[in-house]
Each structure stands twice: as structure tokens, then as C-alpha cells.
Design a protein. Structure first.
Length: 290
């Protein structure tokens, strides 16, 4: 009897767990749809801004705009790591943290001093546990990041680059290809010219009729470009997190179903053995009375 009772308690426990993981899977599926819509909405504008900035970039403008400066040598770099506030998302956070570690090791191996900025509790907890210095932290950005959130994240790093305190800004985030494919990636946000200058080599501002002049356009466009690029990274990260959580919870739900099937068979066998023993005892008692 004790054996069947233990199995029955385990069955109840696994059933409760399965119900929780199934609910989390459904919630993640709902959030994933909304997050995917935000990614698709942000992509065209972000790509268009990158194209325009790349076309307008010219070396002579770098002297007028600090955000376009091209340091001869990178002596100090800022690394912005985007992680989630919650776990139960498979390897999502672990993969981002690993990518950030590799980037930090590479930069430090090249003699570059690094400042680590982290968005998300999981990344903060990991690097604090390892005793790594963290320049700034953010935990207030939820599942629906706004353009204001993006501005608050990138504003300080943008000012540090413009003032010359750092020579490069790298962002570690997830690239949302599909709900099943969200690899971590490193994006060099600053300097802009290093990424956009290729586009200007074949064109440049001489191929455009600009009104107002390129300088005025870039003065307004550069902060918008950085803000939008950060916003896109934030929404892609949220979509990748929900996709990873949905997959993890579906796998957990399926595994719980397999465990329930095994435990149910074990309970049925134990119960059947108990009933058989009771019948044998009754038959034996009746035979003794005769």
C-alpha cells in the first residue's frame, strides 16, 4: 500500500507541474506573437535609417560630428549585454552571457579596457557572482520595450562615445530569425562610420541633392539611428526570449506527459498486485475456515 501511495503522490505532483508548464507555454506563445509583430514593424525603418546614414557618411563630416569620429586606436570599449529578467527559457540567457564573455575576453586580449553595461537580471546575477565589475545595470525594461526605453539605454553610451571616454560600443543581443532560431550576435553600434562607410564608398553625399544640408540632417538623424537600432535590439531580444521559453515549456510539458505515463503504469501494477494479494488472503482465510 505504501508503494502505491507514494506513486500516487508523485503522479499528482507531476500533473501540477505539467499544468504550470502548459500554461507558461500558452502565455509565451501569446507574447511571442506580439513580440514578432514588433520586430517586423521595427525592421524596415531601422534598415532604412542604416542605409541613409551609410549613404550620407563622409570622412569630412566626422570632424563636425563626434558620433562619426573614427578612433585610430580603440583603447576603451563599452559592452552592452541584453538578457532577460526571468529564466525558464532554455539556453537563451546562457548563450547571451557566453557571447558577452567571449567578446570581453577578445577585447581584453587586444589590450582594450572594457566597461560592462547589462540589461536584465540574469546577466547581472551571473557577472556579480563571478565578481566582474559592472558599469551600469537595468532591470526595469519588460516584455514591451518602448522607444523611450531604448533612448534611456543608449543615451549614456552615446554621450560617452561623443566625449571620447570610450572608443567603441558593442551590443550583445539575440538575432531573431525565427521562433526556433535566435542565435546571439554582437553588433558594433559605434563608431558608425566603421559599419556605414562601406556604403558611402560607392556613393556618398555628392550623389544626393540635400535640403537642408547633410550636416543638419545628420545632426538629427544620428541620435535617431542609434535609438532605433537599440530599440530593434530590445524587441528582437524579447521575441527571442519568448520563443525560447515556449520551446522550453513545450519540452517540459511533453516530458511531464512521458513521466505521467510511466508513473500511471507503475501505479496500476502496484494496485493490481495489492488487489491480487488481498484476494489471495481472503481465499486463504475462507479455505482455513472450511
Amino acid at each position: 500500500m505504501a508503494g502505491s501511495s507514494d506513486v500516487k503522490r508523485r503522479i499528482k505532483s507531476v500533473e501540477n507541474t505539467k499544468q504550470i508548464t502548459r500554461t507558461m507555454e500558452l502565455v509565451a506563445t501569446s507574447k511571442l506573437k506580439k513580440a514578432t509583430d514588433r520586430v517586423r514593424a521595427a525592421a524596415p525603418y531601422s534598415d532604412a535609417l542604416a542605409s541613409v546614414v551609410g549613404s550620407l557618411y563622409a570622412p569630412e563630416l566626422a570632424e563636425k560630428f563626434p558620433l562619426l569620429r573614427q578612433p585610430e586606436k580603440v583603447e576603451r570599449a563599452a559592452v552592452l549585454l541584453l538578457t532577460a529578467n526571468r529564466g525558464l527559457a532554455g539556453g537563451f540567457n546562457a548563450n547571451l552571457i557566453k557571447e558577452a564573455r567571449l567578446l570581453l575576453e577578445r577585447l581584453q586580449g587586444e589590450g582594450v579596457e572594457t566597461d560592462l553595461h547589462i540589461v536584465g537580471k540574469k546577466g547581472i546575477a551571473y557577472f556579480r557572482f563571478r565578481g566582474h565589475a559592472i558599469a551600469s545595470t537595468r532591470t526595469d525594461i519588460g516584455d514591451n520595450p518602448s522607444m523611450e526605453d531604448a533612448e534611456s539605454v543608449i543615451a549614456g553610451l552615446r554621450d560617452e562615445f561623443a566625449s571620447g571616454r570610450v572608443d567603441a560600443v558593442h551590443v550583445v543581443s539575440s538575432e531573431f530569425i525565427s521562433s526556433m532560431s535566435t542565435p546571439p550576435k554582437v553588433t558594433q553600434m559605434l563608431p558608425i562610420g566603421g559599419k556605414s562607410g562601406k556604403g558611402s564608398a560607392s556613393g556618398g553625399i555628392d550623389n544626393f541633392i540635400l535640403s537642408p544640408e547633410a550636416g543638419i540632417i545628420l545632426e538629427r538623424l544620428l541620435p535617431a539611428y542609434l535609438r532605433n537600432s537599440t530599440y530593434r535590439a530590445l524587441v528582437e531580444n524579447v521575441a527571442a526570449e519568448q520563443g525560447a521559453r515556449r520551446s522550453a515549456m513545450k519540452s517540459a510539458t511533453d516530458n511531464a506527459g512521458d513521466v505521467l505515463e510511466y508513473l500511471t503504469r507503475s501505479y496500476n501494477r502496484a494496485r493490481q498486485g495489492q488487489i491480487t494479494q488481498e484476494i489471495a488472503e481472503i481465499v486463504g482465510g475462507a479455505a482455513a475456515l472450511e
